[in-house]
Design a binder for this molecule. Structure first.
Ligand code: UDP
Ligand code: MG
Length: 312
């Protein structure tokens, strides 16, 4: 029952954190192997997501010095989700665990994850037990996002980022999802199998800067919603229907005013405001429709999602 595990770690311009990450993971692997929790041939795969700094050089060096450290080099910057996917689909091993290069997700939770795997779970989600390290803004937006997704009918694990354990079988099922608009957090729960969660404390990034500025975060959230839910489309229809009824009511009101009360509707506001309002509603609706058309467009091209340039 000693699984061969692979840790998959996407890295984008992470030269500041890699040496320390490598040191900490080597200690962890030693410990797990000594306690006979994992097979000694277990490995770490650093995925270089087209970094512009010395990240790949550092990965090559650690691979040369210690055979347990492998590397996967993507041909360009493809983004965190693709870097993660390429690592998961390339790495060997019976059990794969994905985590971030900055070790914000406590690596010691891997022990608990492996315990859950031994108990028969094939997917184990790492869930943050507290968020004090995040800014109030990030906390608020993140929770807002999860609730919004829930309400749109997307099955998401609350406060789970991409720190998770997957069995070989779960990975092979994941391989069957060919989508270009990749939102792993939404796809993995669709796989099914026996799953559970493990809680951990989230730390601060110990070096380097976040590679997820607000702009990328918003794009990620939007992609998550439109890749998994057609509720926004349905909302447009409901909005349209509501507006139709409203205008019918307005007609009735005008007629009643004219015929029975003999009052003319005065004013400019009552004419112009609805015009602007409806203009806005229509543009917004077209925009939402456009998001889905764009998604379909990208999917129909069937372009390759990433290229692996080198594997160590
Ligand atoms: N990352 C990546 N490609 C990108 C952006 C980020 O592989 O285009 C990696 C990054 O190196 C890190 C992980 O994704 O290992 C999470 O990024 P980060 O820690 O900057 O995000 P945050 O924790 O601030 O949300
Ligand atoms: Mg981070």
């Amino acid at each position: 029952m000693r699984p061969r595990i692979s840790l998959v770690i996407p890295c984008y311009n992470e030269e500041a954190v890699l040496p320390e990450t490598r040191r900490r993971l080597a200690v962890l692997l030693d410990q797990l192997a000594a306690e006979e929790r994992i097979d000694p041939s277990s490995r770490v795969y650093f995925v270089d997501d087209g970094s512009r700094d010395r990240t790949w050089e550092l990965i090559e060096r650690s691979s040369a010095e210690d055979a347990r450290f492998g590397g996967i080099k993507l041909s360009r910057n493809c983004g965190h989700q693709y870097a993660l996917l390429s690592g998961l689909l390339t790495a060997e091993g019976d059990v794969l665990i994905s985590l971030d290069a900055d070790l914000q997700d406590d690596p010691d939770a891997i022990i608990a994850m492996l315990g859950a795997w031994r108990d028969g779970n094939e997917i184990v989600y790492g869930v943050r037990s507290q968020r004090d390290q995040d800014s109030a803004f990030k906390r608020l937006t993140a929770h807002g996002f999860y609730s919004l997704m829930r309400r749109m009918g997307v099955d998401l694990v609350f406060d789970h980022a991409d720190y998770r354990l997957m069995s070989r079988r779960a990975i092979e099922f994941l391989r069957e999802y060919p989508e270009i608009n990749l939102f792993l957090r939404g796809i993995v729960p669709l796989i099914g199998l026996r799953t559970t969660t493990v809680h951990y404390a989230r730390h601060e990034r110990f070096a380097g800067e976040s590679k997820y500025p607000l702009r990328k975060m918003l794009a990620f959230a939007l992609n998550g919603i439109t890749s998994f839910s057609v509720v926004p489309l349905r909302m447009i229809s409901i909005l349209g229907l509501g507006t139709c009824f409203l205008s019918l009511a307005m007609v009735a009101w005008i007629l009643v005013g004219r015929t029975m009360l003999d009052a003319t509707i005065p004013g400019w506001a009552s004419t112009v405001i609805p015009t602007y309002f409806l203009g806005g509603v229509q543009l917004l609706s077209i925009g939402i429709l456009g998001e889905y058309v764009a998604k379909t467009y990208m999917e129909t091209k069937r372009r390759p999602r990433y290229f692996v340039e080198k594997v160590l």
